[in-house]
Ligand binder design. Structure first.
Ligand SMILES: [Zn+2]
Length: 428
């Protein structure tokens, strides 16, 4: 057992009652203290906390990246027209496909971001825990920004009413290059939005930096033909994205900021001070040629960092163990398997503000657990569960089994895959 907060247990046991973890320890001790309970024998497998995907897009599951992009701007110019071809039903279909993949990959908590909120129903249907951030775009100014924020608040509140027991609804001002400072501030001023979870994309690429500094370049060219003029944020000529948001008072406690590749030391300090958490999406960064997050500097600078799969549109596979392996290749000796497992569990939970209830096998937390069958011959038990040859064998949320032996209990795998294959042919 890998409790994550605490050393590995070779022969461990966990007691689950009413969806919560009530005891953890060596199996002989735990069984003696809790006699007569039904026992589920997971011999030969490794039990660990369910994985926490701190940034993904379930609605882009039908738009896979065919080949690595030459730059972020080039990718965006290709992606935007494909995305525009999606019909209303495609969003629900994509979110359902993503929920299937996430469940089978051992993710139990999902921070989703999307334009329609289709992830809510999809996560609920799968039985997953999550936060669905409804995306907003645009650069209205003055009274138009207030009106846009009021309208958006109504949409978020309507979605929140439909969210069930394990899903909450937040918002995602998509990125500083698509959401202007007035709109951002107007969203923060709405009482029905300010207390909800916030997520965004921050300092992802050199192209974003160019737009923030010069007001032109590939991102400007990608959006301009669509009639959208990317907004400007004030700041010193050399200032980066985070510095400009900090100066505008737009950084906020608990903001989940995906990517954070183009950040300097002063910006890392500003993020730590404001309580902004970063989400590392290594496969996406590789797929779009976006460079490398300064992972060690962020963590040493006091910024919580989680791991995210982004989406197939940028090269992710909704598989956090694959993201951990990509991070290992990207950062070399800067990380070890224990660090990577922490990013995928307790640190992701902390980034979402949920570390009091999930992210480790600890009494009092929810019983979000997965069992992984490790490959033969790997000595380090943490490296073994992250290995490509390992397989996720059991997935539980609140002690309820969602998948076992590669089969999902709530989702119809064959039907989802067949319908998705048809939609993908139409969209690609
Ligand atoms: Zn993203």
């Amino acid at each position: 057992m890998l409790p994550v907060e605490g050393p590995p247990l070779h022969d461990g046991a966990v007691v689950v009652r009413d969806g919560a973890i009530v005891a953890v320890g060596p199996s002989a001790t735990v069984e003696a203290a809790h006699p007569g309970l039904p026992v589920r024998d997971l011999s030969g497998r490794t039990l660990l906390p369910g994985l926490v995907d701190a940034h993904c897009h379930t609605e882009w599951a039908l738009l896979p990246l065919d080949r690595p992009a030459s730059s972020f701007g080039a990718w965006l110019s290709d992606f935007l027209p494909r995305r525009a071809r999606m019909e209303e039903d495609d969003h629900a279909l994509a979110a359902g496909l993503a929920a299937l993949a996430l469940t089978l990959a051992g993710t139990t908590t999902v921070a989703d971001n999307g334009p329609t909120g289709a992830g809510i129903a999809a996560l609920e249907a799968a039985g997953l825990r999550g936060v669905v951030h409804l995306e907003t775009f645009g650069a209205p100014a003055g009274p138009a920004a207030d009106e846009a924020a009021r309208t958006f608040e109504r949409r978020v509140e309507a979605l929140a009413e439909r969210a069930g027991r394990r899903v909450t609804v937040g918002l995602s001002p998509h990125a500083p290059y698509t959401v202007g400072p007035d709109h951002w501030a107007a969203l923060a001023a709405r009482p029905g939005l300010s207390g909800r979870p916030w997520s965004t994309h921050l300092a992802e690429s050199a192209d974003e930096l160019r737009l923030m500094r010069e007001g032109d370049g590939p991102l400007f060219e990608a959006y301009e033909p669509m009639g959208f003029v990317p907004p400007r944020w004030d700041g010193a000529p050399a200032a980066g994205t985070v510095a400009r948001l900090a100066a505008a008072g737009a950084l906020r406690q608990g903001l989940l900021a995906a990517h954070c590749v183009e950040v300097g030391d002063a910006e890392i300090a500003a993020m730590a001070k404001a309580g902004v958490a970063a989400v590392h999406c290594p496969l996406s960064n590789l797929g779009l040629g976006c460079g490398r997050m300064p992972l060690r500097a962020l963590r040493e600078g006091g910024v919580t960092v989680g791991l995210g799969s982004d989406s197939p549109a940028s090269g992710g596979t909704y598989d956090l163990r694959a993201e951990a392996r990509a991070a290992a290749a990207m950062h070399g000796a800067e990380t070890d398997p224990g660090d990577l497992l922490a990013l995928a569990t307790i640190e992701g939970a902390r980034a979402l503000g949920l570390d009091g209830s999930i992210g480790s096998i600890t009494p009092g937390k929810r019983a979000d657990l997965i069992a992984v069958a490790p490959p033969e011959g790997t000595e380090d038990p943490v490296a073994a569960v992250l290995a490509a040859a390992a397989s996720v064998d059991l997935v539980m949320v609140d002690g309820e089994t969602l998948a076992e032996g590669g089969e999902t209990l709530h989702l119809d795998r064959e039907k989802t895959l067949t319908r998705a294959a048809g939609a993908r042919r139409r969209l690609c």
